[in-house]
Design a protein. Structure first.
Length: 432
């Protein structure tokens, strides 16, 4: 390791230990690297500018953030909850099953795990806590686990960012996430069913047939958004980036015009929060470009590829090793750091081993979603704790069956790549 790279890592670790925002920590590390190498500090602006302003796909991120925030502010979560009660509410542990189905549907609108937990998740937690058979820990654990589906089923903000660093097709990535996302939902619903049966949780009271048309109509318009987005993307009417703008407009019309749930003050708050969230993501991406420049200059990706080649790892062995590494890193690092700093270093090795980058991306994103529910720094645990007041230890005690199910899905899609690649191949994308 060179002195310049060591300086970068020391500055990065110190800044993060002092709780400096991640984006600023990475920029500080990049600047320290340039100073140690006695290079022109203008490279900071060059690397950040080229990375941010030459990427059309990056425009999708703030627009999907805006769409998710508009949905959460516009009574969409409540409407989806009522609709899903008709479908799965009569199963044992019905409200928990409803939460998982709502997460599947909401994932087709937001692309964000945090938005899922903060919107539909909070609605279902409040409903579950009204009933004594649902403990606070169980309610929180179900919501935290189901929120991981959000960025797997399209659209997906992490997959957009992965496309930025890998060059993989956004459309193919979106399609590749459908089957794994649905598999995650099925496995979580099985876990709920087993727990509910063992604890003899009662079934929910049936909804009168006379109310079905009203509840179905209330949920029909939000359900139309995933259909519009996917149909538009794969028919060629608009690109994935343009689909993000369509999603934001659709959410605005639904929440503001159709449901009339947005006042001017609420809309201003949504725009302000969306701007803040987008700025945070942009700063992290900017810092990541600097770190990637430093790691590339030091030949780290090539060293990693040589290390793997020297051990004669098969593609499956490499992917299993990546899973272990990311599951451990996910306990301590922010998802954005792993996606923007570590993934670019691994892509040359994946290419050398003949691993399809779409398959690689989906496996990596599923890894990162599991990292959001693992202690000590699982972001979804902290979000649910802050919004619902459920103690994190209680969610951890109740959440291990759901974590096992998610890990099982990760193992299955790693060992059987065709689960991930079947749908993009069927739609004509040139994946292996």
């Amino acid at each position: 390791m060179t002195a310049a790279l060591a300086t970068l890592l020391i500055v990065l670790v110190v800044c993060m230990a002092l709780r400096t925002p991640v984006g600023f920590s990475m920029l500080a590390g990049g600047i320290a690297y340039l100073v140690a190498k006695r290079q022109d500090l203008g490279l900071v602006a060059e690397q950040v500018g080229n990375g941010l302003y030459n990427s059309y796909v990056l425009l999708a991120v703030p627009l999907f953030v805006l769409a998710a925030n508009l949905m959460n502010a516009g009574t969409v979560s409540e409407r989806l909850f009522d609709f899903c009660r008709i479908v799965v509410g009569r199963l044992r542990g019905g409200l928990a099953q409803v939460d998982i189905l709502v997460s599947v549907i909401f994932s087709g609108m937001s692309g964000s795990a945090i938005a899922d937990a903060a919107g539909p998740g909070l609605v279902t937690i409040r409903q579950m806590l009204k009933k004594p058979e649902y403990s606070p820990g169980f309610a929180g654990a179900v919501v935290v686990a189901s929120a991981t589906i959000g960025p797997i089923i399209p659209p997906s903000i992490p997959m957009v960012i992965y496309a930025l660093v890998s060059g993989a097709s956004v459309g193919a990535l979106f399609l590749a996430g459908v089957v794994p996302g649905l598999l995650m939902a099925v496995m979580l619903m099985i876990a709920v069913q087993v727990i509910a049966t063992r604890r003899q949780m009662p079934r929910e009271a049936p909804i009168p047939l006379s109310r079905w048309p009203e509840l179905i109509f209330r949920g029909a318009l939000p359900l139309s958004l995933p259909v519009v987005l996917l149909a538009g993307i794969y028919s060629g009417v608009f690109t994935p980036t343009e689909a993000a703008a369509v999603a934001a407009l659709h959410a605005l019309l639904l929440a503001g015009v159709v449901y009339r749930a947005l006042s001017w003050r609420t809309l201003f708050g949504v725009l302000l929060e969306s701007t803040r969230s987008s700025a945070v993501i942009t700063m992290i991406i900017a810092g990541a470009f600097m770190l990637n420049y430093a790691f590339t200059s030091e030949g780290v990706p090539q060293l990693l590829a040589s290390w793997v080649d020297g051990r004669d790892l098969t593609p499956l062995q490499f992917m299993l090793l990546i899973n272990v590494a990311f599951l451990v890193l996910g306990c301590f690092l922010d998802t954005s750091v792993m996606l923007l700093v570590f993934v670019p270093m691994l892509i040359p090795t994946a290419k050398a081993l003949g691993i399809d980058l779409v398959y690689f991306g989906v496996v990596v994103v599923v890894n990162m979603m599991i990292g959001l529910v693992t202690p000590p720094f699982g972001m979804l645990l902290f979000v649910t704790n802050a919004l619902a007041g459920i103690p994190i230890p209680a969610m951890l005690r109740e959440g291990w069956p759901f974590l096992l199910m998610l890990l099982l899905v990760l193992l299955v899609i790693t060992v059987f790549p065709q689960i991930v690649l079947w749908l993009p191949q069927s739609m004509g994308y040139g994946v292996k």
